[in-house]
Design a protein around this ligand. Structure first.
Ligand code: SF4
Ligand code: SF4
Length: 442
């Protein structure tokens, strides 16, 4: 039996945002091979990888170039065949530093001869296989997937939630994954259910993706363990705690992991990548990006070798006008880039370019106490009060206001008629509270 359900958002929180999903029907195109790739060793949550190649080495597509130094990390693999030209630290003009492996492409794209499908026959071999796949949370979180699928309370997990909400405006990469690789998604889901012993999976999709809903509903019609859960299009529907509440009715307690309520959550492209890896043994070496925004001449969904400089992607799509703002990710939670030489990493799913008018920063005016920021916060927080407590460095008050629950969704800033930078203030408050707590422990 297949269930399709429409759920309401957490206590009326969140906001309707313009979707701008103009690329939803654009099939994925391949970016022409870049001349070189730049692979930062820090493309995930956890310890940065350690380079395991040296200058002059020949590498293939899928050759490991960065080795995870601890379990909370994930290996990094070359997305081109060619010669390693640089291993070492670089400094971006943002002031941010990193260790990178640079590979000059030979244009041949020869796969690593050692690559073959992993032998998987039980839970341990499944987890071991995923730990060699290079797969991290591909919705943007970058959390190592092998760690995600082995929580301490695995036997208590009764639901695998597949996050296909893709609630950020402009982004359509997960939508394309549903339409182009439905069988890989189901392969990955079934592997998780079978090897991890989870009884059911819910594939969560916002109702602004009717083709994806229709396809996945048909594809899962014969599988009693897998259902499609249709959710209202309302930002930030894809945020972990919001999605868990709306799909299962369970509330994640403050400070707890989502596994504490019996749920394991994986992004749809993540689980699909697991399905592909089990079939081919080729680790994650490419990433789909939605390239959009009013400064882009030809918006696209592009499959890009990981490590491709952003500039190469911009040149391929062309420009209508000089971009004044370049965002990696979505417009609500993405980060503005100062350097287009920075490479595409495995967590990236969007590249948005905006012209002068769309990039204008509104002037903040005085708060008119309208309460919209409070009413729309999906976590039930009071951004204004948090901001006031932060400017007084009042950690006790911030704790009482639960500033640590902020998910940085940007909704409060978006709805504020006075255009106050609330998200930035709450993020600073959250970091301040975290630092205070850590100092208190030491
Ligand atoms: S950024 Fe934080 S405070 Fe603002 S709406 Fe989102 S969760 Fe609430
Ligand atoms: S939304 Fe803006 S103007 Fe309204 S109460 Fe919040 S900070 Fe003040």
């Amino acid at each position: 039996m297949n269930l399709s359900r429409l759920k309401k958002l957490l206590s009326g929180g969140g906001v309707r945002v313009p979707h701008h999903k103009d690329t939803a029907n654009y099939p994925t195109e391949q970016l022409p091979l870049p001349a070189k790739i730049v692979l930062p060793m820090n493309q995930h949550v956890g310890a940065p990888c350690e380079p395991c190649v040296k200058k002059g080495d020949h590498v293939y597509v899928g050759t490991m170039v960065g080795m995870a130094p601890s379990p909370m990390s994930m290996h990094i693999f070359s997305s081109v065949s060619g010669t390693v030209s640089t291993v070492g630290p670089i400094l971006y003009n943002t002031g941010k530093g990193d260790t990178v492996v640079v590979v000059d492409s030979d244009g041949l794209q020869e796969p690593d001869p050692s690559i073959c499908p992993p032998e998987v026959h039980d839970r341990e071999s499944f987890i071991n296989a995923v730990s060699m796949s290079g797969i991290v949370g591909l919705g943007g979180a970058g959390f190592p997937t092998d760690i995600k699928i082995q929580p301490k309370n695995l036997s208590e997990i009764d639901t695998l939630l597949i996050n296909g909400a893709e609630c950020e405006p402009y982004l359509t990469t997960d939508n394309r994954e549903f339409l182009e690789h439905p069988n890989s998604i189901l392969d990955g889901i079934r592997a998780c259910l079978d090897y991890l012993g989870i009884p059911r999976a819910l594939i969560c999709i916002e109702d602004n993706k009717p083709a994806a809903i229709d396809l996945m509903t048909r594809k899962t019609a014969e599988d009693e363990r897998i259902s499609v859960c249709v959710l209202e299009s309302r930002y930030p529907q894809g945020a972990q705690n919001v999605l868990i509440y709306n799909a299962t009715g369970r509330t994640v307690p403050r400070g707890a992991r989502h596994t504490s309520v019996g749920v394991m959550m994986l992004n749809v492209t993540t689980v699909s990548s697991v399905g592909k890896y089990l079939k081919t043994g080729m680790p994650l070496v490419t990433k789909r990006l939605t390239v959009a925004g009013d400064a882009v001449r030809d918006p696209k969904n592009l499959e890009v070798p990981i490590g491709t400089p952003i500039q190469d992607v911009i040149e391929f799509c062309g420009l209508r006008e000089e971009p004044h703002k370049v965002i990696i990710g979505g417009p609500m939670m993405g980060s503005a880039q100062m350097d287009v030489n920075y490479p595409v990493t495995r967590q990236n799913n969007g590249l948005l370019l905006f012209g002068a008018k769309a990039s204008e920063k509104p002037n903040a005016t005085a708060c008119i106490r309208c309460g919209r920021c409070i009413n729309s916060c999906p976590m039930g927080l009071s951004p204004l009060a948090i901001r006031d407590a932060y400017v007084k460095f009042d950690a006790d008050r911030l704790d009482a206001l639960m500033a640590d629950l902020c998910i940085g969704c940007g909704t409060c800033s978006y709805v504020c008629p006075a255009k106050r930078p609330l998200t930035q203030s709450v993020t600073l408050a959250k970091n301040f509270l975290k630092t205070k707590r850590n100092r208190g422990k030491n």
